[in-house]
Design a binder for this molecule. Structure first.
Ligand SMILES: [Zn+2]
Length: 464
């Protein structure tokens, strides 16, 4: 593979600071930046009108949920009140119907969409371990990532029950194992099978304190600590979940996780929407990351989390596309700041005095996500993996002020502004065209897979 030299207008690092290009890439890594980056022997890729930054990290994804976008927005006569729990029923219908091959096709389309939107890494919070017919959906998701080239951290997720004292619902049977040791055996076997190189890595997850009893939480947390693997957990997304935790444990989900040894610097708590000051203190003391998924949290009506309190406590904040309602790192990042503005009724609420919006948001989209996945991506630095994206410079602004131009992208940009995507120095998208992938075919396959799964879903429903 020949070295590459990218020549954008300028560069932006993971902390939202502008620096001069170009950037030279060899053997998948950044080897020189600025005047040190020589043209000799390199394929030069001019990127006029664009800037280059680290690829975005999607720290929380359920790829298959891409299949329910748009089909869960109609309100049924039977439930005038539509919320997270009614949405979940619809989501389970698809989760139950998909075969392993269909799961792969849908995940492949979701990952393709992520790549085109500027996400170069994804943390897949995977809890559907078995397919409807046969086959292993964990292997299917890993294969989907390999099909597209996106970097994957497959988070093998423990799921034990419908709730305290309640065995799994029929729709949850594909998620559960008969005991935590059986689950961990499955996770280790999956790791051996799929995590054979840098592109696919593994970690562990606890679905939630609702879905896992205390011995599962403690055992999974201990295994994650001993392996030094990332450990993710959904917590405090819904108020209903708080009531259940209080009734079972007399404590909040965050307190349960902390007392069980699950909160460490390698831990990521997803959502943390309904948290107390004491919860925030525990998260900060443990050094855990919080992953916010604001476009999903809005769509599901979860609530608004106290983001400024997390920042004040020094908690790293990552982002995730979660339900795939939107797959767009720029929209996700702007939502983090703007939702907090709505809550606090003020402007620039996450921006420190003397700084700009990009300084607040870029680390969330890059560094913190990489930390959540225990990966060394998410940096624009010599020696870092060359996972890079280019963004179009905005119109109607004096681009000689690089800080203003960057803030214009962060406040109003979308995936439509992402032009080029490189993973490990390989151009995957150039000038908004897929170079390595047949996008039309991937989308057609996913469409066919979803149609087949829905037909099976209707058949099953008619049969009951
Ligand atoms: Zn989730």
């Amino acid at each position: 593979v020949l070295p590459l030299l990218l020549e954008p207008e300028w560069l932006v690092d993971e902390r939202g600071h502008a620096l001069d290009g170009p950037v030279r890439i060899e053997s998948g890594r950044i080897v020189a930046i600025g005047t040190h980056a020589e043209r000799a022997g390199a394929v030069v890729i001019p990127l006029p009108g664009r800037i280059v930054c680290p690829g975005f990290v999607n720290a929380h994804s359920h790829a298959f949920q891409r299949g329910i976008r748009g089909v869960v927005e109609n309100k049924h006569e039977s439930h005038a009140h539509d919320d997270f729990w009614t949405w979940r029923t619809r989501m389970y219908a698809l989760a139950t119907a998909l075969s392993a091959d269909e799961m792969r096709a849908v995940a492949r389309a979701a990952y393709l969409e992520m790549l085109r939107a500027g996400y170069t890494s994804v943390g897949e919070f995977h809890y559907i371990h078995r397919a409807s017919t046969d086959g292993d959906t964990c292997a299917a998701v890993a294969a989907a990532a390999r099909d597209t080239g996106i970097r994957l951290t497959l988070l093998e997720t423990g799921y034990a029950r419908a709730g305290p004292g309640k065995t799994a619902l029929p729709a949850q049977r594909r998620f559960v194992f008969d005991g935590v040791e059986r689950f961990l055996e499955h996770a280790m076997a999956t790791a051996t099978a799929v995590a054979v190189d840098d592109q696919v890595r593994v970690g562990l997850a606890i679905h939630s304190v609702r879905a896992c009893p205390l011995d599962w939480i403690e055992t999974i947390a201990a295994r994650a600590r001993s392996l030094a693997w990332p450990l993710h957990v959904h917590a405090s997304e819904q108020q209903g979940e708080l009531a259940v935790a209080m009734a079972e444990h007399g404590r909040s989900p965050i307190a349960i996780l902390d007392d069980a040894g699950a909160l460490t610097p390698l831990a990521t708590v997803v959502h943390a929407t309904h948290v107390s000051a004491f919860d925030v203190e525990r998260l900060a003391r443990a050094g855990a990351t919080v992953c916010l998924c604001p476009t999903t949290e809005r769509n599901l009506g979860d609530g608004i989390c106290p983001t400024r309190d997390f920042v004040d406590a020094g908690i790293p904040l990552a982002i995730g596309s979660d339900s795939q309602t939107r797959i767009d790192p720029l929209l996700e990042l702007a939502a983090v700041e703007e939702d907090e503005r709505l809550r606090l009724m003020a402007r620039s609420v996450l921006v420190e005095p003397g700084a700009s919006l990009a300084h607040a948001l870029m680390p969330m989209g890059t560094l913190a996500g990489a930390r959540a996945l225990a990966s060394d991506v998410g940096r624009l630095a010599v020696g870092a993996p060359a996972d890079l994206v280019s963004l179009a410079l905005p119109a109607l602004i004096d681009v000689s002020s690089r800080a203003d131009a960057l803030d214009a992208i962060l406040v109003a940009g979308t995936r439509a502004d992402v032009h080029d995507v490189f993973i490990a120095g390989v151009p995957v998208v150039l000038h908004q065209r897929c170079v390595t992938l047949d996008a039309a075919r991937i989308e057609r396959d996913a469409h066919d897979a979803l149609r087949a799964a829905r037909a099976r879903e209707l058949e099953t429903r008619a049969g009951h």
